[in-house]
Design a protein. Structure first.
Length: 376
């Protein structure tokens, strides 16, 4: 009789939850102990994910995988070399000059905020604008002072950084070449239902998301850099690239645009308005024309869930956690949906869901998923 006794589902979940939390905590402690190895592996995996999409596209055009890999790696190397040799020195020069000018800009902004706080129209606000300005100025100053000191320390850690970069580069190439076989081997250790479900959810959640976000961020960064340079915006190249990089993270581009335009507005109102207007126009074109075509519906997450996942990711893993937060949450949701709506996934992937489809290391089966993610 005891053997037939079953606990309620909610009680089973309550018993599993602390075990999962303990496992996650132990795993995070292990990653901290092994740093920078986990960061190198994750970064290399992200690069391999991004490079896999053009490789799959070339395979669909009839190229052999080996030739597609060689062509994509060659193009990536050329693009990286151009960016490093041409844009790198310009961005570094503008970054150093911006760090020098920032204290004066912040002092001027603080003075203008204090003047505004003394105006009668602002005295009825439910907060002290002057005190808020002081806190904001101190926080930004500490942040950029820390950034400057880190930049100086970076020059003394060039050897270590170069080694990590080379290791990441080599690992990325190895994952591009042997990635499908590696993932197939790892997933083969999972039980049959889990192996199929993880395979179905992993690629759309991570590769589709990062490919789309990288393309969108690159387009926005290039467009803003060109526009800011033509409009003679101070540090236009730095601001354009910074906004583009921040756009990889949901809401990051909007926050960065607000900060940049606000900072410039305290120096010149029309300058700040110009930056805000151009950024909004190009951002809306990018989001409403390009984004729906590339990443529309990939995450399947509610905006509130996206925001909460970003908070958790930032708290758990810092900047890298911010980048991984949304695709990880999307992956968890897709896994949960396979249990909640099994008939939907059995119809979408009938062969694989039944366990009869073999995943080819050449990535042929990945082409179907990539096309499902990015649309026709």
């Amino acid at each position: 009789m005891i053997s037939n006794f079953k606990l309620p589902i909610w009680l089973n979940l309550c018993l599993i939850f602390p075990i999962v939390v303990l496992d996650v905590w132990l795993f995070s402690r292990l990653c901290q102990f092994l740093q920078p190895i986990p960061s190198i592996i994750i970064t290399a995996s992200l690069i391999a994910f991004l490079l896999e999409f053009p490789i799959i596209s070339l395979e669909r055009q009839g190229l052999r995988r080996s030739l597609a890999i060689s062509l994509v790696l060659l193009i990536a190397l050329v693009i990286f070399s151009i960016i490093s040799l041409i844009l790198g020195p310009l961005v570094l020069e503008q970054s150093i000059e911006f760090a020098k000018r920032l204290p004066d800009w912040l002092n001027k902004a603080e003075q203008q905020l204090q003047v505004l706080s003394e105006q009668g129209i602002l005295q009825n606000l439910p907060f002290n604008l002057s005190g808020l300005a002081d806190q904001l100025t101190d926080q930004i100053s500490r942040t950029f002072n820390s950034f400057t000191s880190r930049l100086i320390n970076f020059t003394f850690e060039t050897i270590n950084g170069t080694v990590n970069f080379l290791v990441t580069l080599v690992l990325s190439i190895l994952l591009v070449i042997n990635g499908p076989a590696l993932w197939e081997g790892l997933l083969s250790w999972l039980p049959s239902p889990w192996s199929d479900r993880v395979q179905m959810a992993l690629r759309p959640s991570f590769q589709g998301y990062f490919s789309g976000q990288a393309i969108i961020a690159s387009i926005l960064g290039v467009a803003l850099s060109i526009a800011f340079t033509l409009l003679k915006i101070p540090f236009g190249l730095l601001f354009g690239i910074g906004i583009g990089i921040a756009s990889v993270i949901p809401f990051g581009g909007t926050i960065t645009i607000t900060l940049v335009s606000g900072l410039l507005a305290f120096q010149n109102v029309w300058l700040g308005a110009k930056v805000l207007t151009v950024s909004l126009i190009l951002g809306q074109i990018n989001e409403n024309v390009v984004a729906p075509r590339l990443i529309g519906g990939i995450t399947g997450l509610n905006p509130a869930a996206v925001f909460m996942s970003l908070l958790v990711g930032a708290r758990a893993g810092g900047f890298l956690g911010l980048i991984l937060a949304v695709p990880t949450a999307s992956f968890v949701k897709r896994i949960a949906d396979t249990f909640k709506y099994p008939e939907k996934y059995s119809e979408q992937y009938p062969a694989r869901y039944s366990g009869t489809d073999e995943i080819s290391p050449s990535g042929a089966s990945a082409s179907l998923e990539a096309s499902d993610v990015l649309g026709n």
